[in-house]
Structures are given as structure tokens and as C-alpha cells.
Design a binder for this molecule. Structure first.
Ligand SMILES: [Zn+2]
Length: 152
């Protein structure tokens, strides 16, 4: 790191602190002019690639995710802002996993957990497609499970 005062490259780190946003602040001192200065480094989070069920890879697509959630929430009293929030939450959880690739079911699990809190009908719709619930008994079982947890 070059000294901003005298441009010397002989600088040393005298203190390092991590902040809550994942940034790193370093206090540095120039060994030539003895001036002190700080630098701030911020890691840029990237979203992992998605491994689809057929093993093909695709880029994470936030719009596509929102579309899927919206379809499950059609004609339900779920505010658009909540759908955006859920999609944003899913994306930031993916980023925090710090992986290069993740299976698409990880996204499905995150969405389904979010929908369960948001709207039970939307949750069931999503579950039918995603889990997938293939017959009426599976769907009934899932609904019963929801009714039981609701009664608690
Ligand atoms: Zn200097």
C-alpha cells in the first residue's frame, strides 16, 4: 500500500479492525515520512451459480425468483414489497454461503420457508410445484401439518 503523503511503498499495518458489514479497516503508518493513514477494504459478495435438477448450471436470476414467488402469491393478500423482500433475503443468504455453486433446491427451501410465514395458501401452491406434492394425500398431509402448527 502506497503512502498517500509521500508515495513511498514502505508502509506497515499498525491496527486492523473488522466492522459488522464485513469490511476491514486498517490503520497504516509510512516508514519513510511517519504519517499515518487508514484504508478500508470491503469484500464484494457474489451470488453462486445455480445447479439445476438436470445438472446444468445457470446464473442466479432475481427476476425469475420473484416471478415464481409472485405466481404462488397470485390473488393472495401478499404485498409486492414482501415478495421483493423475500427474494432479497434469499439472495443475501445465498451470498453469505460463499459457495461457487449451489443446488437449486437450496433456493427452493429458502423460498418455501419464507412463504410459510408469509401466506399459507401461497406456501401450499409453491410446495405442490416445488416439493413436489404429487398426489392429494401428500397435499393433505402437508395441509394437516400446517393446521397443526397453526393451532400451537
Ligand atoms: Zn510517507
Amino acid at each position: 500500500m502506497r503512502c498517500p503523503h509521500c508515495e513511498s511503498e514502505n508502509t506497515k499495518v499498525i491496527d486492523t479492525t473488522h466492522d459488522s458489514k464485513g469490511g476491514i479497516r486498517r490503520r497504516r503508518e509510512c516508514e519513510d515520512c511517519e504519517q499515518r493513514f487508514s484504508t478500508y477494504e470491503r469484500a464484494i459478495l457474489s451470488t453462486p451459480m445455480i445447479i439445476k435438477r438436470d445438472d446444468m448450471r445457470e446464473e442466479f436470476n432475481r427476476e425469475k425468483l420473484i416471478r415464481g414467488i409472485r405466481i404462488a402469491c397470485a390473488k393472495r393478500p401478499v404485498p409486492a414489497a414482501e415478495i421483493e423482500r423475500l427474494a432479497g433475503e434469499v439472495e443475501s443468504k445465498l451470498q453469505k454461503m460463499s459457495k461457487l455453486e449451489i443446488p437449486s433446491r437450496v433456493i427452493g427451501d429458502l423460498v418455501i420457508n419464507g412463504l410459510r410465514d408469509l401466506d399459507k395458501i401461497a406456501y401450499i401452491r409453491y410446495a405442490i410445484v416445488y416439493l413436489p406434492l404429487n398426489n392429494m394425500n401428500d397435499i393433505l398431509d402437508e395441509i394437516n401439518r400446517l393446521l397443526i402448527t397453526e393451532g400451537e
